[in-house]
Design a protein. Structure first.
Lengths: 261, 272
């Protein structure tokens, strides 16, 4: 479905990652983890064709990626919407179906049906006629998930979609993404600095650090010896009540220095 | 001195026929584009563009060439600079603040050197009375048609990009190109509006009606329609009221547009 072959990305002297090979199957859930500046978001941009690789190729359904694609649904980080936006929740979902189309802005009956269906999926019937600028962070993220999956994409890209949400909301959004990828048979590439909210859903982890990476199941990658080798310094991976904590990584910001990873 | 005078009104109407058509067109495009000006947070940019549009028009007047063309050139230059340098709102505001006095200053210089009719000078800043002649109207119709058609064709992707540029770009919307096209359309709309309400009062057509509509509607269809209705009411009402008194139309246009805004704010409060 998505094939990344021998991909390298460097800015000047700095190599974010090189010789990255990753073949993603339909419905697969990939978590991309790593420190700030390790090139997680840049990887998403490369998949979206917005960042040129220094070497290698990325193919989506057998074709080289171009700038954006209707086969992709994108869930961004939470940010507020300007209050002066004349859109209701249902209009936001509709943009996920036909927002990319040029031409006279008549909406189709088919689009309305999809909007109605997705409103149910993301539990947003009550919000349908609310102004998007007045939605809470969790509500907005629910709708962003809906907007990303409404056109039944083959690939869902999520860039830290849980940041700025409380734990309960994180759970809701993560489960929603999981449920939608199963229902629509879509693969997920999920960029996050904290793997715990999605640990039970993840098929494989791509861990980026120091210009290198490791790929494998969470159990294969999230281990002290693997990450120690990757970072080149002793790193402890502590497991406690189903959660994973990575301790001792040097290149993290102070706020997630001893955070759950 | 009379603010309102309707004696002999019937004979005056045919004289302003051109102005009324122009007003209708400007209301239409001003109301529509205003909605995007607000969602894209560009109200201040509109003001900056209008000052450069004024400078362009003033130089055209001085050189004895087509004033509308001068104002379009000024507008487009400003729109291109702001669009190119100010993709982030914060950068944009400072660029506009730098451009605005520069444009205004150049415009004042051109007017000071101009030795023709004083009413022409004043009109560029504060609007005209009834002076829309046939060639001018032709220009306006042409400009407004271009804006209207382009805006309708890019309406959906532009809405998407205005809501969330990253998500739209991921779906293949050419957000960068769209924002440049939007700036150019905005430049044209400003140049057209400067002809009627003057550079200083362009905001009353391109921002106030949309801001009023946003107070009372959250629908992506009703909001632009209301905005157009408010803008058309302001311009046409302004022209008709100014006619009797023989005063510039702009104070009437701006006052009507402001009153509509106040009423919409009150309605919003009452609804809540």
């Amino acid at each position: 479905m998505l094939a990344i072959k021998n991909a390298s990305l460097a800015f000047g002297e700095r190599t974010l990652w090189s010789n990255l090979n990753l073949e993603i199957k339909p419905q697969e859930f990939i978590a991309v983890i790593g420190a700030n500046g390790s090139g997680k978001t840049t990887l998403l941009k490369a998949i979206l064709g917005q960042e040129k690789l220094s070497a290698g190729t990325i193919e989506l359904n057998g074709k080289s990626v171009k700038r954006g694609s209707t086969q992709i649904g994108y869930i961004p980080q939470h940010r507020t919407v300007d209050a002066a936006t004349p859109l209701r929740a249902r209009d936001m979902l509709r943009l996920g179906v036909e927002g990319h189309r040029f031409g006279l802005p008549f909406t189709s009956r088919a689009a309305n049906k999809k909007v109605q269906h997705i409103l149910g999926c993301v539990d947003a019937f009550d919000l349908a006629d609310n102004r998007v600028g007045e939605l809470s962070g969790g509500e907005l993220q629910r709708l962003r998930v809906g907007q990303a999956v409404i056109d039944e994409p083959d690939l869902i890209l999520a860039d830290e979609p849980l940041s700025a949400l409380d734990l309960a909301q994180q759970k809701v959004i993560a489960e929603l993404i999981d449920q939608e990828r199963r229902e629509h048979n879509a693969a997920v590439v999920f960029v996050t600095h904290d793997v715990n909210p999605i640990l039970s859903m993840v098929d494989r982890v791509l861990y980026l650090a120091n210009g290198q990476f490791r790929i494998g199941t969470p159990d294969e990658v999230l281990r002290s010896e693997v990450l120690s080798e990757l970072y080149g310094t002793p790193v402890d991976v502590v497991r406690n009540q189903g959660r994973i904590l990575v301790v001792g990584t040097q290149d993290h910001d102070h706020h997630d220095h001893e955070d759950w990873h | 001195m009379k603010l309102f005078d309707f004696s002999g009104y019937a004979e005056l109407i045919p004289l302003v026929q051109n102005s009324l058509i122009a007003g209708l067109l400007l209301g239409l495009i001003g109301g529509l584009i205003g909605v995007f000006v607000l969602t894209r947070d560009m109200a201040f940019a509109v003001h900056g563009i209008s000052e450069l549009s004024f400078a362009g028009a003033a130089f055209a007047l001085l050189l004895g060439v087509n004033v509308v063309a001068g104002s379009i050139i000024g507008s487009l230059v400003a729109a291109a600079i702001i669009g190119y340098l100010g993709s982030k709102a914060k950068d944009r505001n400072s660029i506009v603040a730098v451009l605005m006095p520069a444009g205004l200053g150049l415009g004042i210089l051109a007017l000071a050197l101009y030795e023709g009719r004083a009413a022409n000078k004043f009109g560029l800043l504060t609007g005209q009375i009834v002076a829309v002649d046939d060639p001018q109207l032709f220009w306006l119709i042409a400009i407004c048609s271009v804006i209207l058609v382009s805006l309708l064709l890019i309406w959906r992707p532009l809405t998407f990009a205005s809501l969330d540029a990253d998500v739209a770009a991921a779906r293949g919307v050419p957000t960068r190109t769209l924002s440049i096209i939007f700036m150019l359309l905005l430049g044209l709309a400003v140049a057209a509006s400067v002809q009627i309400v003057g550079a200083l009062l362009v905001l009353s057509l391109l921002v106030t009606p949309a801001a009023a509509a946003l107070r009372v509607s959250k629908s992506p269809i009703v909001t632009p329609l209301l905005s157009v209705a408010f803008a058309v009411t302001s311009v046409i009402g302004g022209i008709l009221l100014a006619l009797g008194a023989g005063l510039p139309i702009s104070p009437y246009v701006t006052t009507i547009s402001f009153l509509i805004y106040v009423i919409c704010r009150v309605l919003e409060k009452v609804k809540k």
